[in-house]
Write a protein that binds this ligand. Structure first.
Ligand SMILES: *Cc1c(COP(=O)(O)O)cnc(C)c1O
Length: 223
């Protein structure tokens, strides 16, 4: 069930901290999305291409759609025309594939590189060395900062009660972000995003410098 009061409090909290709140609506009906839309929420996150396409078609055009799931290269073309931010770029190959499709469309797409920070091998993402190699490669491409803008990093912490571990994992990401910023994006006004924190750990994420949180169950109820 949608939680309007939770949304109001959380959204006000995010505003005071300059944090972007992405409402993660995967598996939830369009009515639930509309309920938060009417309160003023515009950023929504989805994980599955088919579901995103169907919701995009049914819902207001000014919604900013964030794609959070693992994106298969053969599905890039479906979301490329309208997606606002792709959070989970986990290889140069996928970055190249996104570039190929947006060049055809003549638009620019913003993406985040997914960093593997959790102590679990089930989660996708690149380690720090791979991220840096990916950024170096990206910077050499003719379409860099034109067709595609790399705007920052995304990560998911381990699913654990150990808050210190979660904090360390998020810190690993924000430190990597600052290093990349200094080395590759110093004069770049769009490399600004650390997308970390979900319903269970967003306060820890915000405390270590996260500035985009992705909240599902807290706003929409259990999936
Ligand atoms: C589902 C999902 C979320 C939201 O998780 P909650 O725990 O429900 O807040 C955030 N980020 C990603 C990548 C997800 O897949």
């Amino acid at each position: 069930m949608v939680q309007p009061n939770v949304w109001k409090e959380l959204s006000a909290w995010c505003n005071t901290k300059n944090i972007t709140l992405v409402a993660v609506s995967k598996t939830k009906p369009v009515e639930d999305i509309l309920a938060l839309y009417e309160l003023g929420q515009r950023d929504f996150g989805e994980n599955y291409v088919q579901e995103l396409l169907s919701k995009h078609e049914q819902l207001p055009a000014d919604i900013r759609w964030h794609f959070l799931g693992h994106l298969q290269t053969n599905k890039v073309k479906y979301i490329a025309p309208f997606v606002h931010l792709i959070h989970a770029i986990d290889s140069s190959k996928l970055l190249q594939e996104v570039a190929k499709h947006v060049q055809k469309l003549g638009r620019c797409i913003d993406v985040l590189l997914q960093m593997h920070i959790a102590n679990e091998d089930t989660k996708f993402g690149m380690d720090e060395t791979q991220i840096e190699a990916c950024v170096q490669w990206y910077k050499e491409q003719p379409w860099a900062d034109q067709s595609i803008r790399v705007c920052g990093l995304m990560g998911m912490a381990s699913f654990t009660e150990n808050t210190e571990q979660v904090r360390q994992e998020f810190l690993q990401l924000t430190q990597c972000f600052h290093k990349l910023k200094q080395t590759y994006f110093e004069d770049n006004a769009t490399f600004t995003v650390c997308s970390i924190g979900m319903s269970g750990d967003y306060e820890i994420a915000a405390a270590v410098g996260g500035n985009m949180i992705r909240i599902g169950s807290m706003l929409f109820g259990k999936r």
